[in-house]
Design a binder for this molecule. Structure first.
Ligand SMILES: Cc1cc2nc3c(=O)[nH]c(=O)nc-3n(C[C@H](O)[C@H](O)[C@H](O)COP(=O)(O)O)c2cc1C
Length: 182
């Protein structure tokens, strides 16, 4: 069975609606989904690199879960990448310890899907905006997955959020998630 590691980066989980419901749903599947809540576990941003690298090595699918902030992820996830994806581990002349694993994203997005287009207010698509993650995946030799997304988060009822949490877990428990296509 695919062993998922979900790294969650939400700076204000107390006020969250989407990521909080997603997190509560993930907790119901401890055998197939491991959770690392970065802001909860690293309040001072001192990331334990050895522990994080061990966690990654123990799982074959890594998911970055976060609310879309300023067209990107909240900053602790970027710091996680800066600290954990070291030369000699994530990439070397001889290859990567992550080679063959899968890397995916689960993103809650305030804007509407139609905003994220050439014609829409945001100009770029989400697929365009996540290209740094795709490029990273390429460098560390993971298979990049089609992201799990929820748009227009403010308009969603509690019921709709519960449904999206169930769909998210279905996505994670699937042994074959569609690969990202450019
Ligand atoms: C600091 C900040 C920046 C944000 N930037 C964006 C953005 O660039 N694009 C967008 O569609 N929504 C943006 N939003 C809206 C969030 O994506 C949305 O509120 C969040 O995904 C909802 O998830 P939550 O209930 O777990 O917090 C932003 C919100 C905050 C607080």
């Amino acid at each position: 069975m695919t062993k998922n590691l979900v790294l969650i980066a939400h700076p204000n989980m107390k006020e969250s609606r989407v990521n909080k419901i997603w997190l509560e749903e993930l907790k119901k599947y401890p055998e197939s989904i491991a959770i690392q809540d970065l802001y909860a576990n690293y309040p001072h941003w001192q990331i334990n690199v050895t522990k994080e690298q061990q966690l990654v090595e123990q799982h074959n699918r890594i998911i970055f879960q976060f609310p879309f902030y300023w067209y990107s992820s909240p900053p602790l996830l970027k710091k996680w990448q800066d600290d954990v994806l070291t030369y000699g581990w994530a990439f070397t002349s001889k290859g990567s310890k992550l080679r063959g694993k899968e890397l995916g994203l689960a993103i809650s997005i305030g804007g509407a899907e139609s905003d994220y287009s050439k014609e829409g207010g945001d100009l770029y698509t989400i697929d365009d905006l996540i290209s740094p993650f795709h490029a990273t995946s390429n460098l560390i030799e993971t298979d990049f997955l089609k992201p799990f997304t929820l748009y227009k988060t403010d308009d969603k009822s509690d019921d709709e959020l519960e449904q999206s949490a169930k769909k998210y877990v279905e996505y994670l428990l699937s042994n074959k998630i569609e690969k990202f296509r450019v």
